[in-house]
Design a protein around this ligand. Sequence first.
Ligand code: ARG
Length: 476
Amino acid sequence: MTGKSSNRAPADGAGKDTNIIRGGRFGADPCELMQEINASVDFDKRLYVHDIAGSKAHCAMLVSQGIISEKDGEAILDGLNKILQEIGSGQFTFKRSLEDIHMNVEARLGELAGEAAGCLHTARSRNDQVATDFRLWVRDAIDGLDEGLKNLQSVLVDQASAHAGAVMPGFTHLQSAQPVTLGHHLLAYVEMFGRDRSRLKDCRRRLNECPLGAAALAGTSFPVDREMTARALGFDKPVANSMDAVSDRDFALEFLALAAILAVHLSRLAEEIVLWCSDLFAFARLPDTLSTGSSIMPQKRNPDAAELVRAKAGRVIGSLNALLVVMKGLPLAYGKDMQEDKEPVFDAADTLALSIAGMGAMLRDITFRPERMRQAAGHGHATATDLADWLVRALRVPFRRAHQITGRLVTRAEQKGCRLEDLSLDEMQQAEARINDGVFEVLGVENSVKSRQSYGGTAPDRVRSAAAEARKRFLE
Ligand code: ARG
């Protein structure tokens, strides 16, 4: 397209189309290049449902306030319903010469409703119109993502309940730290997605005010009823200041900010899947349907879907950054710069919907290998903290001293190439004379997790009740 652009007048007879925006003000039509840089319809046609809903609410209000006649109102509503159906069934021809979704709908309305169509834009500007459409679109996107996250949480809680007692290594610095259960690990993500959902809810609450009636920036001289349009579109109230209504996009920024955090959560979980499925860990296996092969190495099973979810966080973070930069330094009120608000938001919402669905499928159909996890949980002297805690409890040794004694025993086990529980009582007593047989009871990985009974801890009983409680909090 760009290659063909020129500053010549467009060949498609755009004059008739542009007339509805340019009125009698211009001598010549915009050239192709101007159209290409200016038009947004290629992407903002996605707003059509919301654009038409906004126009219907505006039209009903104009009639009810006696600003336009009932007859014109009816012709407009009929036309809008027809356009909704035409676009929905793919019969509508979008024209770049009409710039955006708003003018495309209005021009078609002119064809269907004749002169009456010209009354719809009374007491309205594209500035309050687009701000309204976009809020409505983001609100729907929020509801869709919330539903998706709820499904993902449900898959995670099911797996967590099924593996509440499955012991696996817990890591810090990606080094064996202390044994945990798989259920506990998965429930950590249920909490993260729960906070993402609460951020969605906050964002929805703050964006749920209606810009309609702000007109271009200053409000309108017509006796509009802004409460009425707000109510009709499911908003809590009209935006209080007309300049704010048309010029801020903080609702979109807030959406992108929470989207970026959510993408980071998904990315971290994706990374766990990648690690767990590597044959060095071998904690899990993705089904054939969710794995890919290598064109050269016949043995490979690659977790591409997880890798892509991990990578897609980059796009979402980029979208937030893009819109922040667009908005910074813009003076009030509307500036055409703001047309650049939509693509990053659309892309972030699409990316997240797909990533959430992908993670749900992977986590539902993954096969965990508890025997491998259990085996790995015993590596790296992961119960050393249990030994130190036992010294504190049984022998009343201060923790710092217990840490030292245990450190010596770990070194001893390392030298012998054995596990802590394989040291003899004699060897233990060389580090601390009062150690007795009781110590062996805390050294196995099962005993270790069972002992972590504190609220929020990894003991299997705790995990079972945490899963039940998460079900109540997030899924009912
Ligand atoms: N397509 C425009 C946008 O997305 C609609 C608003 C146009 N307003 C204007 N004053 N030109 O921002």
